[in-house]
Design a protein around this ligand. Structure first.
Ligand code: ADP
Length: 534
């Protein structure tokens, strides 16, 4: 047949024309509170954002970053990070967003594994990550974003400032990178083995995922929205929200540095935020702060990255805000399911409706979900049969960065390590987790790495780590420790030892001593037995 449609590549650069034309006056607000003015912001239009992204693209040419070259960011949710979200991929490079809270060994590993050549870092984060950057010879440029006026930058020829770099550019980049299968961005996940693994999002998957966030039955993001991504931009592209907003013209209200509950509540009222997305710990912390504030503009409050508990959903309901669950993971871009009622839910009791809204949710378009029974057969669509949740679709991982083998089952599905039920209406409920990870405040703690750190203490013979549910953080680690023969261990000394090996927020408050760690038939730690002891 001769007739055919245009096969325009689905690339990040395709967001720019609308931003520069009919959406040009829409705005991005970044909160930059000061002691004198807790509501201080900077505002840029979409047109200005696009123009600065084009200068950034030119700057990457100027710095000699090759096509496909990796550019890391250590940054909060703000205007400049948004410019990186556009200018880096649309000029043909890869944006590697880094969680600055990771321990220095992990940071060193992922910077090296990703092969980062340039790093963009917030002035406020530079002191914390400087030792890692200083030790990474592969990094040729360190670009500091908004250093404090009085901040003394390290003496290092690789250092420049972001504004000086943009100011020096005279010819905007066309931002016309056209390979939709090329990698646009990179995010590391914690492996169960403790080694983080890189997930490489293609332009195509980023664009499709953003489009899916506009679907009425997912988040339904639209031009009239003002969206507050509390979820960090270093974590799975802030769930793709920035791209969805830029695509459709929704205003963005970015929380800036170290957002705190009081500031977020003020921001939501002040900017008349209509949609906000955060992990359960954040919603819990926000509750008291939101109570006295006007949230009448808020139409959608999404709680993802961890289970939404009934008490939290009920507390929000009392506030007149419906919190909805959503499920996803780094390997899935992340959104796969969103909790929403469907026709089949008509006539539900208020309790059943709340349970529906706080479940993982129902699949968004283009993705497929299934569970496997213990015998490895796909389960029938029944509410009470639990099995490993598997997913597939154009926004789901195939292969980890640098891996030779696909991460999929022989028949093309990605196993999530979550145990779920799926009912006949597609409602997914997460009931358990098979992976050995603990999720605290929306971020992972690797039990394996924590166990290794514990066992590195000379007086520890064996150690196992499990998670226990925690009202504030979702989960916290519990350490089970067997001392060497005859020794006694001071828990505080053990914590002190851990602080030299892992991030401070990994250190367990709860350390318990045992004579022996219970084992399974194959000699592994019997973690279910340990969990039952907590
Ligand atoms: P994200 O935090 O963006 O969801 P991660 O890859 O860090 O991505 O974590 C994904 C994991 O978080 C899931 O595999 C699951 O264990 C847990 N999780 C995410 N959403 C939910 C949810 N709604 N209910 C229960 N667990 C969830």
């Amino acid at each position: 047949m001769t007739g055919r449609m245009q096969d325009s590549p689905l690339t990040v650069g395709t967001l720019l024309p609308a931003m520069e034309k009919w959406l040009s006056r829409k705005t991005v607000t970044t909160w930059r509170p000061t002691v004198d003015d807790p509501a201080a912001t900077t505002v840029a239009t979409f047109a200005q954002t696009a123009a600065r992204a084009r200068l950034l693209g030119a700057a990457l040419d100027h710095l000699g970053i090759p096509l496909g070259g990796r550019v890391a960011s250590f940054a909060w949710n703000h205007q400049e990070h948004l410019e990186l979200f556009l200018g880096v991929p649309a000029s043909g490079r890869v944006l590697h967003t880094v969680n600055h809270r990771l321990f220095s060994d992990q940071l060193e590993f992922i910077l090296d594994d990703a092969g980062d050549e340039a790093v963009f870092v917030d002035g406020s984060l530079l002191p914390a990550v400087w030792s890692v950057l200083a030790r990474s010879p592969r990094i040729r440029h360190i670009i500091v974003i908004r250093p404090d006026p009085g901040q003394r930058l390290p003496q290092d020829p690789r250092i420049l400032t972001y504004e000086a770099l943009l100011d020096a550019q005279t010819r905007p980049h066309p931002l016309d990178h056209a390979d939709e299968l090329a990698t646009a961005s990179l995010c590391y996940t914690s492996g169960t083995t403790g080694r983080p693994k890189g997930v490489a999002y293609s332009h195509r998957s980023v664009v499709l995922h953003a489009l899916l966030l506009l679907a009425a039955d997912s988040f339904g993001i639209r031009e009239s929205d003002v969206v507050l991504p509390v979820v960090p931009m270093f974590h799975v592209n802030a769930w793709g929200l920035p791209y969805a907003c830029l695509m459709t013209g929704a205003g963005l209200s970015l929380p800036g540095e170290s957002p705190r509950p009081a500031g977020l509540a003020l921001q939501m009222e002040h900017d008349r935020v209509t949609m906000a997305a955060a992990v359960p710990t954040v919603w819990r912390g926000l509750l008291a702060e939101l109570r006295p504030r006007d949230q009448s503009a808020l139409r959608l409050a999404v709680c993802g990255g961890g289970a939404l508990s009934d008490d939290l959903a009920t507390a929000y309901e009392a506030l007149g805000v419906t919190l909805r669950g959503a499920w996803g993971m780094t390997e899935t871009s992340p959104l796969v399911t969103v909790a929403r009622p469907v026709d089949a839910d008509a006539g539900q009791t208020p309790e059943a409706r709340r349970a529906t809204l706080s479940a993982a949710g129902r699949p968004i378009p283009l993705v497929d979900v299934r569970t496997l029974t213990e015998s490895g057969e796909p389960a029938q669509w029944e509410a009470d049969v639990a099995g490993e949740l598997q997913v597939r679709g154009p926004t789901i991982i195939d292969t980890y960065l640098g891996a030779t083998d696909s991460a999929l089952t022989p028949d093309g599905w990605f196993g999530t390590g979550d145990v779920a039920t799926i009912d006949g209406t597609g409602l997914v409920r997460i009931v358990d987790r098979t992976k050995d990870l603990i999720k605290s405040g929306g971020e992972w703690i690797s039990s394996v790495q924590l166990e290794n750190a514990l066992m590195a203490h000379p007086a520890v013979s064996e150690a196992a780590v499990t998670g226990k549910s925690d009202e504030r953080w979702g989960e916290r680690p519990v350490a089970w420790v067997v001392p060497q023969d005859g020794s006694t261990i001071d828990p505080e000394a053990l914590r002190e030892h851990l602080r030299t090996m892992v991030a401070a927020w990994w250190v367990p408050e709860d350390i318990r001593f045992l004579d022996e760690i219970p084992k399974t038939g194959t000699g592994k730690w019997a973690k279910t037995t340990l969990r039952d002891l907590t």
